[in-house]
Design a protein around this ligand. Structure first.
Ligand SMILES: N[C@@H](CCC(=O)N[C@@H](CS)C(=O)NCC(=O)O)C(=O)O
Length: 217
């Protein structure tokens, strides 16, 4: 086994990569963060200390999207998460950026703000994040009409990004019922065995969610 993943099951960006690994049944060693030993190993590899991080034969790979690109390049499996044709790949990468920048980022802003001491909070920033999520849900709802997955016919990198971002975004800033396509897409993502496994592995940590995890899901 050449792959070692530094990750925590409750982390949204880790779930993005775990979904890709589980899609293809790719074997890896799971170095679970949250204890002194593995946290120190991560810091030695990547002083920025954001996770996940992958180590493959001595090479450290960071950023969830780049890890998934790396897996496709060096450890391909039956599910091709980035299409072979260049335009298809560009479409997938564009939607991957959409989910990271306009769903995951504002969701994290709301969640991380709540973890701060009251006097250090940023109400204007949180309000902007909520407004961004409303705009992003609206755009996505129109984009998803008639689609099963984010791009084309198959499950892709974009869906790996969508799954944890929409999962937690709905907890942080509920997706309005009027966005029926987004709601249905989120349900499809939760039913996908790879992501369902990542969600199940994170269940013991739901108390970490500072806004209170809802009973559903
Ligand atoms: N751009 C990074 C973001 C990774 C990220 O934000 N990870 C979170 C966990 S979901 C983290 O490292 N949080 C710890 C911290 O902010 O100190 C990626 O795509 O992998």
């Amino acid at each position: 086994m050449t792959l070692t993943l530094y990750a925590h099951p409750f982390s949204s960006y880790c779930q993005k990569v775990l979904t890709a690994l589980y899609e293809n049944g790719t074997p890896f060693e799971y170095r679970m963060l949250g204890n002194h030993e593995t946290d120190a190993e991560l810091e030695a590899l990547w002083p920025i200390k954001r996770f996940p991080a992958l180590v493959d034969r001595g090479r450290t790979v960071v950023e969830a999207t780049i890890i998934i690109e790396h897996l496709g390049l060096h450890h391909p499996g039956p599910v091709r998460l980035i299409p072979e044709d260049a335009q298809g790949a560009l479409d997938v990468r564009m939607m991957d950026r959409f989910f990271d920048n306009y769903i995951m980022t504002p969701m994290q802003k709301i969640v991380f703000d709540r973890l701060r001491a009251e006097q250090d909070r940023d109400p204007a920033g949180v309000s902007d994040a909520r407004a961004m999520l409303d705009k992003a849900y609206g755009w996505l709802d129109r984009a998803l009409a008639g689609r099963e997955w984010a791009v084309g016919d198959g499950f892709s990198l974009a869906d790996c990004a969508a799954a944890p971002s929409l999962f937690y975004a709905d907890w942080a800033h509920p997706i309005d019922r009027s966005f029926a396509h987004v709601q249905a897409y989120r349900r499809r993502l939760l039913a996908r065995p790879s992501f369902a496994r990542a969600v199940d592995e994170a269940r013991p940590y739901r108390d970490f969610f500072p806004l209170g995890a809802p009973d559903g899901d």
